[in-house]
Design a binder for this molecule. Structure first.
Ligand code: XMP
Length: 518
């Protein structure tokens, strides 16, 4: 792999993704990694990420100096660039002056160096640093400068060491991806040969090795991650796999059919559907508190899954092949973030379908552990999964249960399902699926307002549209939808959905509002 050394800022994940976009496999390691550990991973390249603004800062993250002496081609970015400069005997000056934002850089030698192939001599780059490299180390050629930073990039071709003060991984640096690709392909000579085809072959082999002859179960939610991880296991050990789909009655229109028909047709997986709508709705009767709803849904999900599991265990006992494994759709960011260990406040107790009880007696099969979401989608497509599943926007585990403000009842779910289907249909028709991260449609079941329809007075419920744009759901902005699309959705919902006489638009970013209403 190419190792991305994380100095604690938020850039490491982005860098790892950009490296993979260049068709090179990357892994993130903490800056506390030892040279021994690095060597054990057999890296073909190293990228040092950005970090705090100064190498002189108290408690500034250090790197085992030996890592820089392993003879592995290395690119230092921002803080990583300064770490390199300092290590090889250059001078890092505490200027006390911060260079931040879009900056004009003069690339000194636009032709000669591998790092600079196809880089314009003058270009805009994104800067965010306090200290500056005042003098490049001996044997390093200065490749770029800005008005306030004399050494903004350098290279030592002989030792294959490179560095840039700016952030090539962010979109605000228009030629940034070119720098990363030049480093990987031209300077370090790493081929662009990592793609979804390889990942599938590699994971299939790995799953076969892990699972052997044992049986495997998987919980399907209809979401992308569980769909793709299950499909990979199906490809690897299909005969031994049973997928369990719990229909909790809180799904959107067409979702159950999508899993039962389209998904099964595409993968050939053996599917057990648990019909648990009655149980869930009984348990939710009279409950209006959002946290209580989440807890009930989480608990009932586990119960439903365990019931299915008992049947499967009995079946497995009968023919002597034990169930030993459970498939989980854990993604790379979850792995990296849980390694980070920083506690975050519990804003909402997220319930994940797939968030199964901790005392399950199974080993986990997690074929997506090294992948980012967009890679998971690419693999899903390569595996032949329907676009409606692979391209699906996020949908919370507790489903429509947390999109009815008030008690969850069958009637209300029916109303909301209709309204949601209309909104989704019109947004897709208008070609807005890419622009929108997700668009919760919420029924304010405890609110009524007066309306007029035909000649009559109505006294109905409002529906809220909550279209948001986001990168990762941690923050979000409300999507500026075209008025004609909003008008169409509003007309259709008020005409076609009984008891709804008003459609309102949520124009709140996150923070302060969360994406969901509950
Ligand atoms: P919030 O409402 O916290 O949502 O801004 C952030 C993202 O998480 C989804 N979400 C959930 N997903 N179980 C899930 O699997 C949950 O309990 C849950 N609650 C919120 C939400 O749809 C958005 O994508």
């Amino acid at each position: 792999p190419v190792l991305v050394v994380d100095f604690g800022a938020q850039y490491a994940q982005l860098i790892a993704r950009r490296v993979r976009e260049a068709s090179v496999y990357s892994e993130i390691v903490p800056h506390t990694v030892t040279a021994e550990e690095v060597r054990a991973k057999n890296p073909i390249g190293i990228v040092l990420s950005g970090g705090p603004s100064s190498v002189y800062e108290q408690g500034a993250p250090q790197l085992d100096p030996e890592v820089l002496e392993l003879g592995v081609p290395t690119l230092g970015i921002c803080y990583g660039f300064q770490v390199m400069a300092q290590h090889f005997g250059g001078e890092v000056a505490q200027t006390g002056q911060r260079e931040y934002g879009a900056t004009h850089a003069n690339v000194v030698d636009a032709e000669g160096n591998a790092l600079l192939v196809d880089q314009p001599a003058g270009q805009t780059v994104w800067m965010s640093h306090g200290d500056s490299v005042a003098r490049a180390p001996e044997g390093f050629e200065v490749l770029a400068s800005t008005e306030s930073t004399p050494v903004a990039a350098f290279a030592n071709d002989e030792r294959k060491l490179y560095g840039v003060q700016w952030h090539p991984e962010v979109k605000h640096t228009p030629f940034g991806q070119g720098i990363i690709e030049n480093f990987l392909h031209r300077a370090a000579g790493i081929p662009a040969d990592w793609n979804s085809g390889n990942v599938i072959a590699e994971q299939v082999a790995r799953i076969r090795e892990q699972v052997g002859d044992a049986r495997v179960i998987s919980a399907l939610s209809g979401g992308v991650d569980s769909a793709v991880s299950t499909a990979l296991v199906q490809r690897a050990v299909g005969e031994q796999l049973t997928a369990v789909f719990v229909d909790h009655g809180l799904l959107r229109k067409g979702e159950r059919e999508q899993v039962q028909q389209d998904y099964v047709a595409a993968t050939g997986v053996r599917l057990v559907t648990v019909d648990a709508a009655d149980t869930f709705l009984d348990a939710l009767a009279g409950v209006t508190d959002p946290e209580e709803k989440r807890k009930i849904i989480g608990r009932e999900f586990i119960r439903a899954f365990e019931a299915a599991e008992r049947d499967l265990l009995a079946e497995a006992a009968a023919d002597g092949t034990p169930i030993k494994f459970l498939v989980q759709g854990t993604l790379y960011p979850d792995v990296v973030e849980s390694g980070g260990g920083a506690g975050t406040a519990n804003i909402k107790s997220h319930h994940n379908v797939g968030g199964l009880p901790e005392d399950l007696q199974f080993e986990l099969v997690e074929p997506l552990r090294t992948l980012f979401k967009d890679e998971v989608r690419a693999i899903g497509r390569e595996l032949g999964l329907p676009e409606a599943i692979v391209g699906r926007q996020p949908f919370p585990g507790p489903g429509l249960g947390i999109r009815i403000v008030g008690e969850v009842t069958r009637d209300r779910l029916d109303l909301l399902r209709e309204a949601d289907a209309i909104a989704r249909e019109e947004l897709s028709r208008a070609g807005l699926d890419q622009e929108i991260w997700q668009c919760p449609v919420v029924l304010l079941a405890d609110v009524r307002s007066v309306g007029v329809q035909g000649d009559g007075r109505t006294y109905g419920h409002p529906i809220v549209l909550r279209p948001v744009s986001s990168e990762d759901a941690m923050t979000a902005d409300w999507t500026r939808l075209p008025y004609d699309v909003l008008a169409k959705i509003s007309n259709r919902i008020t005409n076609e959905v009984r008891e709804v006489n008003r459609v309102v638009l949520d124009v709140t970013s996150k923070p302060p509002g969360t994406i969901e209403w509950e």
